[in-house]
Design a protein around this ligand. Structure first.
Ligand SMILES: Nc1ncnc2c1ncn2[C@@H]1O[C@H](COP(=O)(O)OP(=O)(O)OP(=O)(O)O)[C@@H](O)[C@H]1O
Length: 707
């Protein structure tokens, strides 16, 4: 397997460096890919696993599956086998050229990629545990430590004062955390602006000048970085980590004697992709794994799109994850990128290894346009302050946009924002009158445009949220209407059991519960004929006439009233009914569905309480358990009514609901077959009129709404 050729230790970036040295203007450069195969681990050897990878040349990796499967060859800039030392990897990967380019103002990134346990962290920082008391032997230090030495050597050689600072962050469960900040972890926002592209707000950057200082920063971050043990790696990184060195360097070229370059050298240790079935991750580990896999998927998606020149010009979904946002410049922007793909040689890891190899093959076709950071002169005095002010104003505007407001106030707010922007622009313009006005105007105007852009995006987001809230609201409205219809329908059909007090009416009619509790409701028309639908904006409605119930009415009748009422022939005692949920109707007194309270325990304990189901979680509006229970109750009652052959007595007064599939009785959520208590569908005794049919469809529709 071992094909060792010292030629390839020149590294892939040598050509790039030379070309960039000759050609100053923007040129297209592919991502450099180096493949590192780690040696078989002790555990793999103990399990008797076989190696399936062979280096058949300095740039070729041969995959020979066990059992005579088809052999596949992959070609990369450099292929480093398991026998390569850390120093050989440093020489072979060409990282030192990245250091040189960063010193010249380019934005350079080296990132490791591969399956969990394939040696990414080992390649970048050496063997674990890192950051503990035990230092890593110099022969085992990784690309990062070696690059620090290289950088500081070169800085000394340059002779001009160069400012170096470092930042270290991790993306853990899609949250950005500063690894150089003391105290509890705060989640930092990722923002975008035209000059910097995507950046992490409030990320700490620490200045350093010596190797000890930068090593200390690295160890400090490694100590804070999240890692855990799983079946494939006892010290598995659970986050993506980005260590960035910012290099501010005066330009030595005589043509730009007073200018500075802002180079960047970034090391990215990606968390490894993992199959939870193999790593046996559970609980928190599983959550971490799914976040890791999701962000790697987003990275892979961006890489695939970047391969298509047409797509590249359009839209690359960098915003899909924090990782892709922060790597946007390295992948498709003006950076220079080196990818070290790490693989395990074991046959057991072959599927994941093939994934990594395909991923890396694609990545090396992606090109960037390396451009040194535009040299800038010193900032005019006072502008920093102004920029700070503008930032504060921007923050204030954002906060205002985030406040929950109704439609009208949204519009007013929008108008206010626009006015403030005009003011801001005017203020910015007036501030910039003076000797440095040219520079200031350009920059301030640019910043204002950025703020406006960002605020515009926030507004759009807000509007979108508002729209989806309205949709949910409308849907609830429809459900409320249906529930009303069905309530009426049920109470009509169970007229045999609800009778009006004989002293009020000569013929038996329906008894309105509110008439029992409150004298003023006794005169309501619902005692004589079935009333039209109540259109009032109320919360608690009478079961029959939908008139608003006073607080003591309905299920809250006093003991005495209940006793009195229960003596009346056909009175339906309130405790027989599940608690009628408050009906929330769109209007001034309306409560939004997302502000509804928790369903009462009484309702939750009902045998027909809403069963949990994954589809409910996906539903835009969660129906309250009490509503569900009540609807279920109605559906059951109606079904029983129809099944017992008494459907002929039903006189629905409401227009038929939209017809569902005929002959397909609905069923509660989660049930595969028709509910047993419904029994075998009975042949209908006699379909007296189209109204009858409407009634059946209503019942079906009710069941359908419960699914
Ligand atoms: N080239 C190598 N030589 C010797 N040991 C290695 C090599 N590469 C990796 N290892 C060992 O393999 C184990 C896993 O390596 P490492 O932690 O770097 O994997 P990883 O890809 O970073 O995993 P994860 O994604 O889970 O963090 C470690 O114990 C490490 O010391």
């Amino acid at each position: 397997m071992e094909v060792r050729n010292r030629e390839h230790f020149q590294g892939p970036s040598r050509d790039l460096l030379q070309t960039l040295g000759e050609k100053e203007e923007e040129m297209e450069t592919p991502i450099q890919v180096v493949l590192r195969v780690r040696p078989m681990s002790q555990a793999e050897l103990r399990r008797g696993e076989k190696s399936v990878l062979h280096c058949s040349g300095p740039k070729t990796l041969q995959v020979s599956p066990l059992g005579g499967g088809r052999e596949v060859a992959f070609h990369f800039g450099v292929v480093l086998d398991g026998a390569c030392t850390q120093d050989e990897v440093f020489q072979g990967s060409g990282v030192q050229h990245l250091v040189e380019l960063a010193l010249r103002g380019f934005s350079c990134t080296a990132f490791t990629f591969g399956q969990t346990g394939s040696g990414k962290t080992y390649t970048l920082t050496g063997p674990p545990p890192q950051g503990e008391a035990e230092p890593v032997p110099p022969s085992l230090t990784g690309l990062m430590q070696r690059s620090f030495v290289c950088l500081l050597d070169k800085v000394q050689d340059v002779g001009t004062p160069i400012t170096l600072s470092a930042s270290y962050l991790e993306i853990y469960n899609e949250q950005v955390r500063d690894l150089l900040s003391q105290g509890p972890h705060h989640h930092l926002p990722v923002r975008w602006n035209k000059t910097q592209g995507f950046y992490v707000e409030k990320l700490k950057a620490v200045k350093f000048g010596t190797l000890e200082e930068v090593m200390e920063l690295l160890l400090e971050g490694l100590r804070r970085r999240r890692s855990s043990a799983h079946a494939l790696n006892v010290v598995s990184s659970r986050s993506h980590a980005l260590f960035t060195i910012h290099i501010q360097c005066p330009v030595v070229s005589p043509s730009r004697s007073k200018e500075q370059t802002f180079g960047k050298l970034c090391f990215v240790d990606l968390a490894g992709s993992e199959k939870v079935a193999v790593t046996h991750s559970r609980g928190e580990l599983m959550l971490e794994a799914s976040n890791i896999n999701r962000s790697l998927l987003a990275l892979g998606h961006c890489i695939s799109l970047l391969l298509d020149p047409r797509q590249k010009k359009n839209h690359i979904p960098y915003r899909d994850s924090k990782l892709t946002r922060l790597l946007a410049d390295s992948l498709g922007g003006s950076g220079i990128t080196l990818m070290v793909a790490c693989v395990s040689p074991s046959a057991q890891c072959l599927p994941e290894t093939l994934n990594t190899l395909r991923y890396a093959s694609r990545a090396q076709k992606v090109t960037t346009h390396p451009t040194p950071k535009v040299p800038q002169g010193p900032q005019p005095l006072g502008l920093e302050e102004e920029i700070q002010q503008l930032r504060q104003e921007n923050l204030m505007l954002k906060q205002r946009l985030e406040q929950p407001l109704g439609h009208r106030s949204m519009r007013i707010q929008k108008e206010t924002c626009d006015k403030e922007f005009v003011n801001l622009r005017q203020r910015g313009a007036s501030r910039n009158k003076g000797p440095q006005s040219g520079w200031a105007k350009r920059n301030l105007y640019g910043m204002l445009q950025e703020f406006m852009l960002e605020n515009q995006q926030l507004r759009e987001e807000k509007n979108q949220l508002q729209r989806s809230r309205e949709c949910a609201w409308n849907e609830q409205q429809v459900l409320v209407q249906q529930l009303k219809e069905l309530n009426r329908h049920l109470l009509c059909s169970s007229g045999h059991s609800i009778r009006c007090p004989p002293q009020h009416f000569s013929s038996p009619t329906l008894l309105c519960p509110c008439s029992v509790s409150q004298a003023q409701y006794q005169a309501l028309a619902c005692h004589q004929v079935l009333p039209p639908l109540c259109s009032c904006h109320c919360n608690q409605l009478c079961l029959l006439c939908y008139a608003p119930l006073p607080p003591c009415a309905g299920s809250r009748l006093s003991q005495a009233q209940r006793g009195e009422a229960s003596l009346l022939p056909g009175y339906l005692p309130s405790q027989m009914l599940p608690e009628l949920p408050p009906l929330h109707v769109f209007g001034t007194q309306t409560k939004a569905p997302w502000k509804m309270g928790v369903p009462s325990p009484q309702v939750q304990n009902q045998p027909f309480a809403q069963p949990p189901g994954p589809d409910l979680r996906e539903h835009p509006v969660k129906r309250k358990s009490s509503e569900w229970a009540w609807t279920h109750f109605l559906a059951e009652s109606l079904t029983k009514e129809e099944a017992s052959g008494r459907a002929g007595r039903v006189t629905p007064s409401a227009p038929p609901l939209p017809e569902g599939p005929c002959g397909t009785p609905g069923r509660p959520r989660g049930e595969r077959r028709a509910p047993r208590r419904m029994g075998k569908p009975q042949p209908r005794p006699h379909v007296a009129s189209p109204r009858m049919l409407g009634c059946s469809v209503q019942t079906q529709s009710l069941w359908t709404s419960l699914r």
